[in-house]
Ligand binder design. Structure first.
Ligand code: NAP
Length: 305
């Protein structure tokens, strides 16, 4: 698997990241076994970065991954473990508490302790702030990150779903470079092409990571706005390109992300071993600019202006 350097750091990672959001399934033993098989498939295919969040499966995804680490001594040192925090569910701790984002000092520090405990590790390689807290005080967040760093709990930091102004604000208070901005990028959600996120990543050498890279292709995208006509147009173009490149259509959707010069890392969320392995095939597609624009045209339904 191709390796890349994360942001302005020495950290090396597989170009594709394995996303652990679905590994615990419904929490039953059959789904958990399936999740473990998925993790092993990712390891065998050469993925070295595993993406978590404290809220995935309500903590069950981190716990399952922790079991795999425990069953495979020495494995932890071969991997980059990323996790996220900052989203609080409704009803916690008080029954009438709303869903909210929380970047307050104590909440961030305590959340990381919870992730480390579930994963059974001493340190996270990368911590991402999951969704921008509208009430975040950049100086307070920076102090929390500094505490986590000084205590050896987190090696590096990044953000997720941040606007460019929020990256700039947080970076202004942090002594270390933010390495990653993890946002939704797929054929349905192409906001990052126009909202400055990818430009900022390229300029500041922040690694963009694409969550749900197959949204709108393999499954209905979040907040889907595609009409049946949109879907048919995109499917036709993907199938055409699949023939041209001799690859499955969904791999072309990944190649489309990989083509961007900001160096997008797609986060693969499948729990099917064959798909986890096959996704790496997208890295070998010699994808052409002309086809990138053809797919954009199929996505938007109009020629580039
Ligand atoms: P994804 O890889 O776009 O989608 C995975 C889903 O698509 C699975 O249900 C998978 O089913 C299905 N799938 C994949 N390939 C397929 C194919 N060829 N044909 C049919 N179905 C296919 O990504 P995701 O799981 O939505 O997200 C990836 C990761 O991003 C997550 O694990 C998480 O780490 C991260 N994430 C981050 C945020 C954030 O706010 N930062 C939000 C969402 C997700 P099978 O499992 O059955 O193969």
């Amino acid at each position: 698997m191709q390796q890349v350097t994360l942001g302005r750091s020495e950290l090396r990672s597989s170009r594709l990241v394995y996303g652990c959001m679905r590994i615990a399934g419904d929490g039953g033993s059959a789904d958990r076994d399936r999740g473990k098989r998925a993790i092993h498939a990712a390891l065998e295919a050469g993925y070295t970065q595993f993406d978590h969040a404290d809220i995935y499966g309500d903590g069950a995804c981190e716990s399952l991954f922790g079991e795999v680490l425990q069953e495979n001594p020495g494995l932890r040192d071969e991997l980059l473990i990323t996790s996220k925090c900052g989203i609080r569910k409704a009803g916690q701790p008080e029954a009438d508490d709303p869903k909210r984002y929380d970047f307050s000092y104590q909440y961030l520090v305590d959340s990381v302790e919870g992730s480390l405990e579930r994963l059974g590790v001493d340190t996270l390689d990368l911590l991402l702030l999951h969704r921008p807290d509208y009430l975040f005080n950049a100086a307070e967040v920076a102090t929390a990150l500094e505490t986590l760093h000084e205590n050896g709990r987190v090696r590096h930091f990044g953000v997720s779903n941040f606007r460019t102004s929020q990256v700039k604000l947080l970076q202004s208070q942090c002594p270390w470079p933010l390495l990653v901005n993890q946002v939704e990028i797929n054929l349905h959600n192409i906001d990052a092409l126009d909202n400055g996120v990818l430009d900022q990543c390229q300029r500041r050498k922040i690694t963009p990571q694409a969550w749900s890279p197959l949204g709108g292709v393999a499954f209905e995208a979040w907040s889907n706005t595609f009409t049946p006509e949109d879907e048919a147009r995109i499917r036709t173009e993907l199938e055409h390109q699949a023939e041209v490149y001799g690859a499955e259509p969904w791999l072309l959707a990944l190649a489309w992300l990989l083509k961007h010069p900001a160096g997008i890392q797609p986060i693969i969320g499948s729990t099917t071993p064959a798909r986890i392995a096959a996704a790496a095939g997208a890295l070998n597609i010699p994808y052409r600019r002309e086809d990138w624009y053809r797919l954009l045209e199929a996505r938007t339904g109009r020629a580039a202006p």
